[in-house]
Design a protein around this ligand. Structure first.
Ligand SMILES: Nc1ncnc2c1ncn2[C@@H]1O[C@H](COP(=O)(O)OP(=O)(O)OP(=O)(O)O)[C@@H](O)[C@H]1O
Length: 319
């Protein structure tokens, strides 16, 4: 069992000599056997957080640490054994030339999880069974012989192959057909429960964030603006931004015909497409109906319920 601690993460990008803060002072913990939902509009910094957690990008500030079941620090070099990612696009994340077996055997070998051909074969079969794919039927298939949902199951098996205890799922079902989304999310939920995985579920979809997460954090322009138990945050949001998101949450079944997610109607991209870099003060104040002069100062984390925090000078009433 591994716990991930993200402490005061910052990520700056420089675009045409202008610094853009994509992630701004983000702190949270991923706990074994629990799912944390990360929601926010396009450009809020969600994928950048995922890239930082999986070491695809280096943070500009802050730290990411892992601890084991006894609370002892896990050495940095073991980070990749413990933290794996399931990407949004199962069509791009699997190599069309390789079989299912190859995709899963590779991380097994790289992370020394299986010795020799026979053991590798057995481990591949076991991993396929864990994601509800019949090894006999699927081991030798190539990606084009799989449906989107089956590809995403293979991607989950591949993520688990190194023995990962922390899974970062970045919009794992948004490109899948509506009819199979629930199956893939339920599989992730079962694995999380049975194997005590710590899961970060990144999504635009508040309905599934609520259903599949224990806790939720809401990001706006690189900052966490609200956090708390999933039901509290989604059903009784207190930050004006979360309220806007919740009020205009699209019907989860309403998708574009190619299965891609629709742009959030509540969300206008921040000026210049900038994710963060809002400077001091509340980043939402230029869109906020409740903004006052005070909002030019950085708001505190205001407790509004058990475990429920809102970064706002004027949190809305409970309703
Ligand atoms: N490699 C990069 N170089 C420059 N800017 C980047 C880079 N990656 C992300 N950004 C910027 O950082 C901000 C946050 O982007 P990010 O992809 O993390 O948002 P997101 O919430 O995941 O959005 P989406 O839901 O559309 O994937 C955006 O303004 C984006 O343009």
């Amino acid at each position: 069992m591994t716990t991930l601690h993200a402490n005061n993460l910052v990520k700056d990008y420089t675009v045409r000599r202008t610094r853009l803060r994509a992630v701004d002072d983000v702190t949270f913990t991923l706990t074994p056997g629990r799912t944390l939902g990360l929601v926010g509009e396009s450009g809020s910094g969600k994928s950048t957080v995922a890239k930082l957690l999986t070491r695809l990008e280096k943070p500009s500030g802050g730290s990411i640490g892992l601890t084991d079941a006894d609370g002892a620090a896990v050495p940095d070099r073991q980070h990749r054994h413990h933290v794996q990612m399931v990407f949004q696009d199962p069509f791009a994340s699997l190599n069309p030339f390789h079989t299912v077996e190859h995709h899963i055997a590779r991380p097994l070998r790289l992370h020394h999880r299986a010795a020799g051909k026979q053991e590798t074969r057995e481990q591949v079969a076991r991993l396929l069974e864990r994601v509800n794919l019949d090894p006999e039927e699927f081991t030798h298939r190539r990606p084009h012989e799989l449906s989107g949902g089956q590809r995403q199951r293979v991607a989950i098996a591949r993520a688990l192959a190194p023995g990962a205890q922390v899974v970062i799922a970045d919009e794992p079902v948004s490109m899948l057909d509506v009819s199979i989304r629930l199956g893939v999310l339920s599989l992730l939920a079962r694995l999380q429960r049975e194997e005590q995985l710590a899961v970060l579920y990144i999504t635009h979809d508040l309905a599934t964030a609520r259903h599949f997460s224990d806790d939720v954090i809401v990001m706006y322009r690189g900052r966490i603006v609200e956090r708390g138990p999933a039901d509290e945050v989604i059903l009784r949001p207190r930050h004006p931004y979360t309220r806007l998101l919740a009020a205009s949450a699209p019907n989860p079944d309403a998708r574009t015909t190619d299965g891609r997610r629709r742009e959030d109607p509540a969300a206008t991209r921040p000026p210049d497409g900038a994710g963060g870099g809002a400077g001091p003060g509340c980043g939402f104040r230029d869109r906020c109906p409740l903004a006052t002069a005070t909002c030019a100062q950085t708001p505190p984390d205001e407790p509004v319920g058990p475990g429920h925090l809102v970064k706002c000078w004027h949190p809305g009433d409970e309703s």
